[in-house]
Ligand binder design. Structure first.
Ligand code: GLP
Length: 236
């Protein structure tokens, strides 16, 4: 595991864009695993700038996102599809047909999960997976549990996650209670992982995840056994 601690969010975002950008240059039709949340927004801003100045070409890139709320369709401004469109896809030359976000509207979410994992396998697997981290150590929406989750599946959100994400909604009652997320197995199969953490409030859980025991009570701790993880963090 390589850990890069930066002095600013801007530096974190620039280095993250260097790594994701290098992947796109090395393999123009790579599969990017993407994340939502406030942390990767600076990374996406950098990727947009590099696409606009001609440094990066997304025309052959494929993408898969980690997760989606249940019950929100892509036109809902709190859905993760909407987030990805507005923060990245609408501003780079990626073919929207090549961008994938699990559907939280599927009638059969177990079947949707199986299809999503099969789709990732058909794409050839994820070359680099971007991750943020929740205050309870969740990645994607894999919440603390008594076992590590496997494939893409439906989850009930923890009260602490609902509370943390309420800032994006009109009221806490509007936050969906469940989501569909890539499981830990789906995430761990990515060839490379880029974990981003920003803010003083993330330091405690990051210390647990990176240096504490590997336990499903801190889902991100499983990353300790992945062979190719880069962490970029800024605790200021
Ligand atoms: C949500 C997302 C996660 C994200 C987390 C942290 O719960 N499902 O993928 O990592 O929020 O978000 P933030 O980066 O805003 O702290």
């Amino acid at each position: 595991m390589k850990i890069i601690e930066t002095n600013s969010y801007e530096e974190l975002s620039r280095i993250a864009a260097d790594l994701v950008g290098a992947q796109v240059i090395l393999k123009p039709d790579c599969v990017l695993g993407l994340a939502t949340g406030s942390t990767p927004i600076g990374l996406y801003d950098n990727l947009i700038a590099r696409c606009k100045d001609g440094t990066l070409d997304f025309s052959a890139v494929r993408s898969v996102n980690l997760d989606e709320y249940c019950g929100l369709d892509g036109s809902n401004d709190q859905s993760y599809r909407y987030f990805m469109d507005t923060h990245l896809f609408n501003h780079v030359n990626i073919d929207k047909e090549n961008t994938h976000v699990p559907s939280g509207l599927a009638a059969d979410l177990a079947a949707e999960g199986e299809q999503y994992d099969a789709m990732i396998r058909e794409l050839g697997g994820i070359d680099i997976q971007v991750l943020g981290i929740g205050l309870d150590g969740h990645i994607g929406f894999n919440e603390p549990d008594d076992h590590f989750t496997g494939p893409t599946h439906e989850v009930e959100l923890d009260p602490s996650t609902i509370e943390a994400n309420a800032r994006f909604f009109a009221s806490i009652d509007d936050v969906p209670r469940s989501a569909i997320t890539m499981g830990m197995a789906s995430i761990m199969q990515a060839r490379k992982i880029l974990l981003l953490a920003s803010g003083a409030n993330k330091k405690e859980i990051m210390d647990k995840a990176l240096f504490g025991p590997i336990t499903p009570q801190v889902p991100a701790s499983l990353l300790q056994i992945h062979p190719d993880v880069t962490v970029i963090c800024c605790y200021k």
